[in-house]
Design a binder for this molecule. Structure first.
Ligand code: LIP
Ligand code: MG
Length: 267
């Protein structure tokens, strides 16, 4: 079918939702087959775990985008520098959880973001194990299975017996006592947890654009904010660091106003 002209971005997003469901089914089925969950050797596999299933899902997405939207690019490694509409895909975000079938392995997702002129226009993140389809279109809100998402209203520190671990990098960036720290993986789903109001902050360094592109717009459309790890600048999705939060405290507040749930796998 040819590209729709009335609202091409919307029809691309609808297509991404359908492809994500199919991809999710494929990944769930692969969980039953040992070989499909095992890491394969790739040029980058020393730093980027890839399974046969990642590759199959990647092919599925690329082929379906190319046949339905021939003018669109599909990438895993760049936010397109030009106007060109570009799908930024992560076939399985949370491959480690998927591959090692970690107990309670729900934290993997199929993610697609769509950028035009370096602006993310929509994002789709599908958690197949939970059957949760997170979607957002710039300027039109964020949803999970059609229900609107809203970040947590929390602004003060929660009463809690827990304290931030002594990890100095976390303290340096966030400078706060926190309720708890979680590092369960799937950047996309952790960001969706911020969007859904389950946690107030997600933070990671060493992350890639394809891990965060889709969920970036889900966070901002749910009322959240994205910024860099200095807390000063706007986020650059190519910078490999990100903070996604329900709000951005002023410098004066920042020593006591958040209750972050933090992922910090790469320091
Ligand atoms: O490799 P992959 O499974 O797509 O994505 C992974 C993320 O989901 C994970 O949360 C993060 O800590 C890793 O840096 C990596 O990017
Ligand atoms: Mg990923």
């Amino acid at each position: 079918m040819a590209e729709q002209s009335h609202d091409p971005w919307q029809s691309a997003m609808d297509h991404a939702v359908a492809v994500a469901r199919k991809a999710g089914e494929m990944v769930r089925a692969a969980l039953q087959v040992q070989d499909k969950c095992s890491p394969v050797q790739t040029k980058t596999s020393a730093v980027d775990l890839v399974t046969e299933t990642d590759q199959e899902v990647e092919r599925l997405i690329i082929q379906s985008v190319k046949s339905k939207f021939p003018s669109h690019s599909v990438v895993r490694r760049a936010l397109c520098a030009h106007y060109c509409p570009t799908w930024i895909i992560d076939p399985i975000d949370g491959t480690t959880n998927f591959s090692f079938v970690v107990e309670g392995t729900r934290l993997w997702a199929c993610a697609s973001g769509f950028a035009v002129n370096q602006q993310v226009e929509w994002g789709v993140v599908y958690s197949a194990i939970e059957d949760k389809m997170y979607t957002a279109r710039r300027g039109r809100g964020a949803f999970c299975n059609g229900r609107p998402l809203q970040v947590s209203p929390q602004t003060g520190q929660r009463e809690s017996p827990y304290r931030c671990p002594t990890d100095s990098s976390l303290r340096k960036v966030l400078s706060l006592p926190v309720h708890g720290v979680r590092g369960a993986g799937s950047a996309a789903l952790n960001m969706c947890a911020v969007a859904a109001g389950f946690v107030e902050v997600y933070y990671e360094t060493g992350i890639h654009v394809w891990d965060v592109a889709a969920a970036s717009v889900i966070v901002t459309e749910a009322g959240g904010v994205l910024f860099d790890t200095t807390g000063e600048g706007a986020v650059d999705l190519m910078s490999r660091t990100i903070v996604a939060a329900n709000n951005k405290p002023s410098p004066r507040e920042s020593s006591s106003s958040w209750t972050p749930a933090v992922q910090d796998n790469n320091i």
